[in-house]
Design a protein around this ligand. Structure first.
Ligand SMILES: *Cc1c(COP(=O)(O)O)cnc(C)c1O
Length: 380
C-alpha cells in the first residue's frame, strides 16, 4: 500500500480485504483464544490480549497511514499514553507542551509523578524555552501540535533534531490533525499517539487509543507493555475504528472547509474578541503549520466578550451540541475551563490563555450555514 496517496490508503486499510474469505469489510474475530494446531505450533494467534486479527488489521492500518512500521491499539487514548509512560524509569524527566489535553496533564501529575517521573510544562512552540528546560535527566518531549485548546503549533522538525542531538525521544500526540493532514514520523518524531476516539473513529461512538513507531527496539518494548498491562482495544471497537478511518479523508476535508467558513465568520462577530484557528492567514503559526501539515484541521477556539455570553451560548446552542470530545461528524462546543482542562491548575491555565471566556468548537460535517446560524442565534 506504500505507493498510494493518503486519500487512497485510508479507504483500503493495510490489506484491502480479508485474505481468508475475500471479505471487503474486515471480519470481527470475536474470540478470546485460538486453537493450537499442535505442540509448539501456532496460527500466529494465541490469545487476544497478545494478538487478535481484527485489532492487528487496525494496528497495521494506522502504521500504514502514519508512514510508520508498527502500530498498537488500546482501549482509549489515555491507555495509549499510559503505555508510553511505562517506557520510562524513576528519575526520568519529560518536557511537555504546556497547552495540552487536561486528561494527559492529570495522568502525568496525579499518577506518574508518584512513580518518580518528572514533568516540565513549557511552550514547545519556542525553541528558546526548550533549550532552557532541558536537564541531564531529560529523556523525552511530549508535544501536541496544534495544541489543545489554544491551537499553538510546534516545529516538529526542529524539536526532533534537538531531541536526536541529546538522545531524547520525540512523542507527538497527533489527534487533532490525524495522518490525513500531518505525519510526524516523516519529520523525525519517534512515537505518534492518537486518541482514536476523535477523528479516526469520527462518529462519537467509540473510545480508542493508538501508537505508531518506526524503531524495532521501541516496538518490542511497547508490545511487551501492551500484552502485559492489557489495555487492548476489543475486536468490535477495532472494527469500528477501521470503518471510521475509511471516510477520514472525506470527513476531514468537509470539516476543514466548514471550519474555515466558521472561523472567518466568528472574526466578524461583535461579541467575539479573539479567534484561534491555524488556517487563518494571520495566525502566528500559519507558516510553520504549512511547512509540516497539508491541512489545518477543524478545531477552533474563541474568546467571547464576557462570561455571561459564555453561559448564554452554552444554553442556547441547539444544533451544535454542548458536549466534551471532538473530531466526530457532529459539531460540538466545549467550555475548556470547566470541562477538558479542569485538571490544569488555574495559574497554568491563565498563563496559556485558557480563561473563563474561552470556548472550543469541534466543527462537524453539517452544512456550514446551519452551524453559523445556530451560533449566531446563540451569540446574540
Ligand atoms: C481526547 C484526547 C486524549 C485522550 O483520549 P481518550 O480516547 O479520551 O482516552 C488525548 N489527547 C488528545 C489531544 C485528546 O483530544
Amino acid at each position: 500500500m506504500l505507493k498510494y496517496k493518503i486519500g487512497t490508503k485510508v479507504v483500503h486499510g493495510s490489506r484491502c480485504y480479508d485474505p481468508h474469505t475475500g471479505a471487503v469489510s474486515f471480519p470481527i474475530y470475536q474470540s478470546a483464544t485460538f486453537r493450537h494446531p499442535g505442540l509448539n505450533q501456532t496460527t500466529g494467534y494465541d490469545y487476544s490480549r497478545l494478538q487478535n486479527p481484527t485489532r492487528e488489521e487496525l494496528e497495521n492500518t494506522i502504521a500504514n497511514i502514519e508512514n510508520g512500521k508498527f502500530g498498537f491499539a488500546f482501549s482509549s487514548g489515555m491507555a495509549a499514553i499510559s503505555t508510553i509512560l511505562s517506557l520510562f524509569s524513576p528519575g526520568d524527566h519529560i518536557i511537555v507542551s504546556d497547552d495540552l489535553y487536561g486528561g494527559t496533564y492529570r495522568l502525568f501529575e496525579e499518577i506518574y509523578k508518584k512513580y518518580g517521573l518528572e514533568f516540565s510544562y513549557i511552550d514547545t512552540g519556542k525553541i528558546q524555552e526548550i533549550e532552557n528546560a532541558v536537564k541531564d535527566n531529560s529523556k523525552a518531549f511530549f508535544i501536541e501540535t496544534p495544541s489543545n485548546p489554544m491551537m499553538k503549533v510546534s516545529d516538529i522538525r526542529a524539536i526532533s533534531e534537538f531531541a536526536k542531538d541529546r538522545g531524547m525521544l520525540l512523542i507527538v500526540d497527533n489527534t487533532f490533525l490525524t495522518p490525513y493532514f500531518q505525519r510526524p514520523l516523516e519529520f523525525g518524531a519517534d512515537i505518534v499517539i492518537h486518541s482514536g476516539t476523535k477523528y479516526l473513529g469520527g462518529h462519537n461512538d467509540t473510545l480508542a487509543g493508538l501508537i505508531v513507531v518506526n524503531d524495532d527496539e521501541l516496538a518490542e518494548k511497547l508490545k511487551l507493555i501492551q500484552k502485559s498491562e492489557g489495555a487492548v482495544l476489543s475486536p468490535f471497537d477495532s472494527w469500528l475504528i477501521l470503518r471510521g478511518i475509511k471516510t477520514l479523508g472525506l470527513r476531514l476535508e468537509k470539516q476543514q472547509e466548514n471550519a474555515m467558513k466558521i472561523a472567518k465568520w466568528l472574526c466578524t462577530h461583535k461579541n467575539v474578541t479573539k479567534v484561534n484557528y491555524v488556517g487563518l492567514p494571520d495566525h502566528e503559526s500559519y507558516n510553520i503549520s504549512k511547512s509540516q501539515a497539508s491541512g489545518f484541521g477543524a478545531m477552533i477556539s474563541f474568546n467571547v466578550k464576557d462570561v455571561q455570553i459564555v453561559e448564554k451560548v452554552l444554553e442556547k446552542v441547539q444544533l451544535v451540541l454542548f458536549a466534551e470530545s471532538l473530531g466526530g461528524v457532529e459539531s460540538l462546543i466545549t467550555y475548556p475551563v470547566v470541562q477538558t482542562h479542569s485538571a490544569i491548575p488555574e495559574e497554568m491555565r491563565e498563563r496559556i490563555g485558557v480563561n473563563d471566556t474561552l470556548l472550543r468548537l469541534s466543527v462537524g460535517i453539517e452544512d456550514a450555514e446551519d452551524i453559523i446560524a445556530d451560533l449566531e442565534q446563540a451569540l446574540e
